[in-house]
Design a protein around this ligand. Structure first.
Ligand code: COA
Ligand code: MG
Length: 296
């Protein structure tokens, strides 16, 4: 089974909120972020793990998310905490659960089966709750091919660059060459199986220019969106991952011209002194789809 990325909901940004912080959870749902993710993993101190579970479950149930997607991140498989996280979070019916540090396809299947059992127990329609996997280790990267096709619940993969760099012994730099291979490989694996790819984080949350440049690089690589940690980052990232008015107008011209030329039986033609052929037309169609413009 392959998903059609163009049919999927926009995930231009995924805003993390520590699941132990009620004030931030209340604030997060008011910011117009495409996705809000209440975190039980690394954003929560070990001493707060137990407290965070009911706080996250209640926040998922009670807060008005508006149009934001309702996500929860559980602890990693094998941490001894994932099963109990699911016991709390699944009954609160998040739109999807984020699995950190995915190393192989079996881990995705294990979570999916566990969710299935809980859906059945709680009379939730089977398959309602989606999955998003995080690739943030060398093992996860090597097993991408199996992970992307592991389970029908899987909708997207997230690149966790900080954990990945720590795992392979790389030093993070501003240019990011040390994570470029992994960053590109994840986009390609997602594209091959119709999943969305969600890019790394920009930790320096007061640096708007640096964030804009990093988000732009991710969009150019093919990512559909990016992770964020602070309210200031939401509008900046969502603007970068939305096609500009110029890009939409340009894409519309290409698609219109292509329709005419294809009717004349021509596969390649010139527009503004540049060649247009199928890959260019497909890219233009993708821009229109991301802008929510339906083809007739
Ligand atoms: N979600 C919702 N609201 C947030 C937020 C977030 N991720 N981060 C900050 N805010 C709120 C603050 O509560 C504050 O609101 P208030 O004044 O009404 O209380 C406002 O935004 C400004 O916050 P600021 O003072 O600039 O930042 P901070 O020092 O409170 O928090 C961080 C900085 C990094 C600790 C915080 O942004 C954060 O917790 N981010 C998420 C971390 C996380 O989940 N990590 C794990 C995944 S990578
Ligand atoms: Mg991580």
């Amino acid at each position: 089974m392959t998903n059609d990325r163009q049919q999927m909901r926009a995930r231009r940004c995924v805003l993390y909120v520590p699941g132990s912080d009620t004030r931030k959870m209340e604030k997060a749902v008011t910011l117009g972020a495409d996705c809000v993710c209440f975190d039980l993993e690394d954003g929560v101190a070990s001493s707060q793990k137990e407290n965070a579970r009911p706080l996250v479950a209640n926040a998922l149930r009670d807060l008005n998310f508006g149009a934001s997607e309702r996500l929860a991140r559980i602890n990693a498989i094998g941490s001894g905490m994932a099963e109990e996280d699911l016991e709390f979070v699944v009954p609160a019916r998040p739109d999807a659960i984020v699995i950190p540090k995915v190393g192989d396809a079996e881990q995705v299947k294990w979570v999916s089966d566990k969710i299935g059992e809980l859906e059945t127990r709680d009379s939730i329609e089977l398959g309602t709750i989606g999955l998003i996997g995080m690739i943030e280790s060398a093992r996860g990267l090597l097993n991408l091919r199996d992970i992307v096709s592991a389970d029908a619940r899987l909708q997207a993969l997230i690149f966790g660059a900080e954990d990945y760099a720590a795992d392979v012994g790389a030093t993070r730099t501003r240019e990011g060459m040390e994570v470029l291979y992994a960053r590109s490989a994840i986009v390609a694996a997602c594209a091959a199986f119709g999943l969305q790819a969600i890019d790394l984080l920009y930790l320096d949350f007061r640096d708007a220019e640096g964030l804009r440049a990093e988000a732009t690089r991710g969009a150019q690589l093919g990512y559909a969106g990016m992770q964020v940690i602070h309210p200031n980052q939401v509008p900046i990232v969502q603007a970068v991952f939305s096609p500009s008015a110029d890009a939409i107008a340009n894409a519309q011209r290409i698609v219109d011209a292509a329709r005419e030329k294809l009717r004349e039986g021509r596969g390649a033609f010139a527009l503004d002194n540049k060649m247009v052929d199928m890959p260019v037309i497909k890219a233009a169609e993708r821009v229109l789809a991301r802008a929510g413009i339906k083809r007739d």
